[in-house]
Design a protein. Structure first.
Length: 306
């Protein structure tokens, strides 16, 4: 009887402790090393001190080499580590009834992130209400826009669990290479959502999710997958009543891509005043007398001064 009571107590407690999840592919930055003492399947620090990417970008001891190559205009994917991870420890998934996640990309080493695909609900896939067990298929496909600039970038997977403690925001990042002929840094796309943590200018009353519901991102972008119907919208807008404040700190916001009208990056604010042209001295022909041109109607005559 005591054993039964203990098990029931443990299972009920599972829904209120921290969720645990990480991506397996692409391999996250510095995986295998508990750098900063922050395991991969734990949330970011509530104070935002290790945002972005658990503070691992360009950190000593972290290999920033790319671990995957994705072609612009083609399908890419990420995989969440499933429950049957044989390594145990930090690899174990606690699905916390699922949740919502975003696949994003950064061209500036994590200063800003642009959303590639939003998954409202169903992330991880196949998790039932009140359960920490998810299904075996945890591969999520998304498209790399054809115009995406080629080069090394950071991929971000971010997650908000359905159940568990609020004030938890999860993020794993990986270095990947984009190939193709694109030149766009996707500035017109939506910024990645950041919430359930305190990171200036976000305060503890802003950018909040609701426990027991799949978070519905307010600015999800144009590629969205909705799973189920147990959604709750964001709570705690910024001072302007909008959720524009709930984005990766440093992100410039959704802005149209334009060509710089001034190709000179350092124009002279005090250009010199042009000097008036000085009339040229009339040419002196071989005869020694100056001459000048005199237009008369449609004709022009050369005149010589006496």
């Amino acid at each position: 009887m005591k054993t039964t009571a203990f098990v029931a107590c443990f299972l009920s407690a599972v829904t209120v402790v921290s969720g645990h999840a990480r991506i397996a592919k692409p391999v996250p930055l510095g995986y295998g090393k508990l750098i900063n003492g922050n395991a991969y399947n734990r949330p970011l620090n509530y104070d935002g001190s290790d945002f972005p990417c658990k503070g691992l970008i360009d950190k000593q001891g972290v290999n920033m080499a790319t671990v995957a190559t994705w072609e612009a205009g083609k399908t890419a994917s990420f995989e969440i580590q499933p429950n049957d991870d044989p390594s145990g420890g930090e690899g174990q998934l606690a699905a916390h009834s699922g949740g919502s996640c975003q696949a994003s990309i950064s061209f500036d080493r994590g200063k800003s992130f642009k959303v590639l695909h939003t998954y409202n609900g169903g992330c991880p896939r196949g998790a039932k209400a009140g359960s920490n067990i998810a299904g075996p298929d945890q591969k999520f496909d998304f498209m790399i826009p054809a115009e995406t600039k080629a080069g090394d970038v950071l991929f971000s997977w971010s997650w908000i669990a359905n159940t568990g403690n609020r004030g938890e925001f999860y993020q794993n990042c990986a270095s990947v290479k984009i190939t193709g002929s694109g030149t766009s840094t996707l500035t017109s796309r939506e910024d990645m959502w950041v919430g359930d943590l305190v990171k200036a200018p976000i305060t503890k009353t802003m950018c909040l999710s609701t426990g027991g519901k799949d978070f519905r991102f307010p600015n999800p972008g144009d590629k969205v997958t909705n799973t189920g119907n147990n959604f709750a919208d964001a709570k705690g807008p910024g001072p302007d009543g909008k959720f524009d404040i709930c984005r990766a700190p440093g992100s410039p916001g959704k802005t149209p891509e334009t060509t710089n009208p001034n190709p000179n990056p350092n124009p002279n604010p005090n250009p010199p005043t042009p000097k008036p042209e000085v009339p040229k001295t009339p040419e002196v022909p071989k005869g020694g007398k100056p001459s000048f041109q005199l237009p008369v109607g449609a004709d022009t005559y050369t005149c010589t001064k006496n």
